[in-house]
Design a protein around this ligand. Structure first.
Ligand code: MG
Length: 381
């Protein structure tokens, strides 16, 4: 069988590293034909040498020998030698390369949340028109995707027009959340939460933005939006439960009452390998298998939304429509940046989002301006 040819955007980040770990474990299955990164030229060259890759791109570089800029990323994402594009560039910078990969007819293994949160309807429409698949890389969405696979129906992100819809069989989809560092704090006063405390995540090592989002549980809110688009679910079909052990990665309850889940150790190599080998399952993921002994005392806790105002705002906003999706992510991004910079206290993150939602539907730049004005006002008060 011919090896699957991959390009990886975001190769030097943590998802990129896990992806390359999976690829290194399966030289018979995969070949890397292109690598892109933000600005770490040295690291990109090192990976290119190790995986024998000639096609490179950087978002930003002063090295004239490597193509750089938005067009270079789009060209790499759409490279004619590739079968599948792994999209792991952080933030909205992943948007245009994702569309370029879809237009080129590549399947996309998607880690970049913002692409679906900001433009999910457009991305899913274009992928359906092109007949390509969006394969989720996030651990929760991979779990839902795996639970939604069935003989007689298909999840929306990979379905062709004549196949029956998995979501029509779904009663509810339950995303699990670790609960972050403040789950068991007695008196949770967001006004007093420090940046260092919020960055101290109990389970996953991630970048600062997503770690703060885990502490506020806004991360789970953004994942609900991803799930709406990937699986064509309605907001009233979505639930969040806290599961501090991070072993059950998410669950689907079907209309017959059956509850299906995917379980595993907390290692991104597992969902990544599933996306890269889908619809097959390859042997030997480079991950310790989960033992039943590790599954003693699993806990499931319904989140107390009065303690997590960001998640509360998401649940209030989602039934109002998809116009709320970019507001939730952009206002949160501005507020988290200001919190990390020490400009506002943690309780203001929800306040910035709430003000942005109250202003109603708006173009992206207007949402950003409004959120920045809220931050400036809170920083001065
Ligand atoms: Mg996740």
């Amino acid at each position: 069988m011919r090896r699957k040819r991959l390009v990886i955007l975001g190769a030097t980040g943590s998802i990129g590293a896990s992806t390359l770990r999976v690829i290194a474990a399966h030289p018979d299955l995969f070949e890397v034909v292109g690598l892109a990164a933000g600005r770490d030229t040295a690291k990109l060259r090192e990976l290119a040498a190790r995986f024998n890759v000639r096609n490179l791109a950087l978002a930003d570089s002063d090295d004239p020998t490597i193509p750089h800029g938005k067009q270079a990323l789009c060209d790499l994402a759409a490279h004619p030698d590739a079968d599948l594009t792994v999209m792991a560039i952080a933030g909205m910078a992943g948007y245009e390369p994702t569309l370029a990969a879809i237009e080129a007819g590549h399947d996309v293994a998607l880690a970049t949340k913002e692409v679906l949160v900001m433009a999910g309807e457009e991305v899913m429409r274009r992928r359906a028109a092109k007949g390509v698949r969006i394969l989720p890389l996030d651990s929760e969405h991979s779990a839902l995707f795996q639970a939604l696979q069935g003989e007689a129906y298909r999840p929306a992100c990979v379905r062709t027009a004549d196949e029956p819809a998995a979501e029509a069989r779904v009663a509810e989809a339950i995303l699990t959340a670790s609960g972050g560092p403040f789950l068991r704090r007695k008196e949770l006063d967001w006004k007093r939460v420090t940046v260092a405390e919020a960055l101290n995540h109990p389970r996953w090592r991630m970048g600062p933005k997503v770690t703060i989002d885990s502490a506020t549980m806004m991360n789970k809110g953004l994942e609900l939006i991803e799930a709406i688009h990937l699986f064509n679910l309605r907001p009233d079909q979505l639930r969040v439960w806290i599961h501090p052990q991070s072993i059950v990665h998410s669950l689907v309850r079907f209309r017959d009452g059956a509850l299906l889940a995917q379980l595993g150790v907390a290692d991104m190599a597992l969902p990544i390998q599933y996306a890269l080998t889908w619809p097959d399952r390859a042997a030997d993921a480079p991950v310790e298998p989960l033992s039943l002994a590790q599954m003693q005392g699993l806990e499931f806790i319904e989140p107390d939304l009065s303690r997590f105002p960001c998640l509360h705002l998401v649940f209030e906003a989602l039934p109002q429509g998809t116009w709320t999706h970019p507001i939730l992510t952009l206002a949160n991004e501005v507020a988290v940046r200001a919190f990390l910079a020490g400009r506002i206290t943690a309780d203001r993150i929800a306040a910035v989002i709430e003000e942005a939602l109250a202003a109603g539907p708006a173009p992206f730049d207007a949402i950003l301006r409004q959120a920045e004005a809220s931050v400036d006002r809170f920083a001065a008060s």
